[in-house]
Each structure stands twice: as C-alpha cells, then as structure tokens.
Design a protein around this ligand. Structure first.
Ligand SMILES: [Zn+2]
Length: 295
C-alpha cells in the first residue's frame, strides 16, 4: 500500500491508550522504504525553532527541587520489557544540529569522551532542541550553560556499543544468566531496540560556566561503573558536595521542560523516546530510530 511516510503520525502525542493499536511497526523507519524516508526528510526544510513555545515547567515536581520530598526517582532498566512494549507513534519531527541554534546551548565539537564519528552527532529532534533551550534559559539566570557532547547516534553504532559491552561482561561473568548480563549491559549501553540516541531524543551533556569551562560533576562524562567507581550513577552520594549540588542544578533545569534521566548516567537525558514514555507515564513514544542516510 502506498502510504504517506508519516501516515501514522499524530498531532501532539497524547493519544487514548484504549485506541492504541500501534505495536511499534508504524515507526517511520520500520514502515517505510529507506529511499522513501530519505526523500521525506530531505524534502522537508528544518523549521525555525519556536523559542516562544509554551512548554510546561515541571521543576516543582523534580525530586531534588522539593525539600524533604518522599519522591524517589523511578528506576526501571532499559532492558525491562515494559520499555520495549511501549507503542511508538513518530511525530515526524526533523532533526536539527545544536551547533546551529545560537549561543544558548554550547556544543563540544572536539568529540572529547565521544567516539561517535557521525557528522550528525550533535543533532536532536526539533522538540528536544526547543526543550534544551528552555532548560538553558533557566540555567542562564545562574550564569551557567548546557554543554552538549553527543546527540544523534547511528543505530549501527548503538548496536556495536551494546554488543561489545555485552561480550565484555559475558567474559567477566561467564556463569551469569543472559538476562542478568543484558540488564548489566543496559546500565551503560542501551539495547538498540529502545535506545534513545538513534531517535534524536537523547543528549549527553554537562554544565559549564558562561565561558564554557566545565563544572565538576563528580565523574567524567561517559565513564562506566567500573571506571568511575559508581560515580556515574546520578544519585551517587560518594562524590563531593559541590558535584552533588551541580548535578541537582542540572537535574532541576532538565526536569523542568520534561526530560528524564537514566539513573546510571548523570549526563544522559531524553525526551520523547520509549524510556521517557515509561517514566513520564505517557501513552507512547513520539520519536523512533532514524537511519543516518535520512539526515
Ligand atoms: Zn546518552
């Protein structure tokens, strides 16, 4: 059937769960020939970012922003089947390079701590870029800036990261079950089928001063559990008070426009992917994987 590439896309993403019949196969990358998708993306000019967009400020519900709150971050592994079972109705948004959206959000083009060689590595969905700008404006009141290290990541590279990590852990723990090894792998490398970076929904970022000097966040960005002695976990208590305070600042700014964090990586934030949908109790993911050839 010759359907329009985004025939299943919806205006907004709040759909009635009872009406949901999508099992994920309506994601553009899954339902369209690559050539069709490529033509679709290339034919559509990237719209200017809507800097006046009404974005709900969730900062009051940020666990770290509410003194003495009993709320704790919901910890669900990316390997949990609940994540893979989330429906996907792609909003069909373009990806935009964060280096082209002005000075509010800094980008690190040197690829320090990033091994992603794609020329699209600083791209994210338009809606993600707008929300980053929202967070950046909140931080600018404190003379701080967001510094993005990585956005889009090709699906093939994500698969390589996951497989490599899984193999390493399998050799390290030969008697461990497959389920446990996949769960352990997922703490640092997302399973390709639910990974947010290949969808343009995720960013790895840190805080910097107005001059671009990175703040102490308690561990090197992208350091694994072993490399950082556990300091990569967002809520890690075994880092300096200053680093904890810096993480709270980052979290408060990112929670505000609706981003969610993956608890084993303080630097990883996403909006619109399957994990986001689970944590935010949204009915479906709005961003699915985009092949690099489409960008
Ligand atoms: Zn990430």
């Amino acid at each position: 059937m010759a359907a329009a590439p985004f025939a299943t896309a919806v205006e907004g993403h709040r759909v009635d769960r009872r009406q949901r019949v999508d099992d994920g196969t309506s994601a553009p990358a899954a339902c369209c020939a690559l050539s069709t998708l490529t033509a679709y993306f290339r034919a559509r000019p990237i719209p200017p970012l809507d800097t006046s967009k009404q974005i709900t400020d969730n900062s009051k519900s940020c666990p770290w922003a509410v003194p003495h709150s009993n709320r704790v971050a919901l910890v669900i592994s990316l390997s949990d089947t609940v994540v893979a079972s989330v429906a996907l109705i792609d909003a069909g948004e373009q990806l935009v390079d964060l280096g082209d959206i002005g000075d509010l959000v800094l980008v690190d083009r040197t690829r320090s701590v990033v091994s992603n060689l794609s020329r699209h590595f600083l791209k994210v969905r338009v809606g993600v870029a707008e929300r980053l700008m929202f967070a950046a404006r909140k931080l600018s009141a404190q003379s701080l800036r967001l510094l993005v290290k990585e956005g889009y990541r090709p699906l093939s590279l994500q698969r390589t990261y996951f497989d490599r990590r899984l193999l390493k852990l399998r050799m390290q723990y030969p008697s461990a079950s497959d389920a446990l090894l996949i769960e352990l792998t997922s703490r640092y490398a997302a399973p390709p089928e639910v990974a947010a970076h290949p969808t343009g929904a995720a960013v790895d970022l840190t805080l910097a001063t107005q001059e671009g000097v990175e703040l102490d966040m308690g561990s090197v960005l992208n350091a694994t559990d072993e490399e950082s002695s556990g300091a990569c976990y967002t809520a890690c208590q075994f880092i300096s008070r200053q680093a904890q305070a810096n993480r709270r600042l980052l979290a408060t700014a990112m929670f505000a426009p609706g981003f969610v964090n993956y608890p084993s990586e303080w630097w990883h934030w996403s909006y619109g992917d399957r994990y986001w949908a689970v944590i935010s109790d949204e009915p479906c993911a709005i961003y699915g994987p985009v092949e690099e050839e489409c960008l």
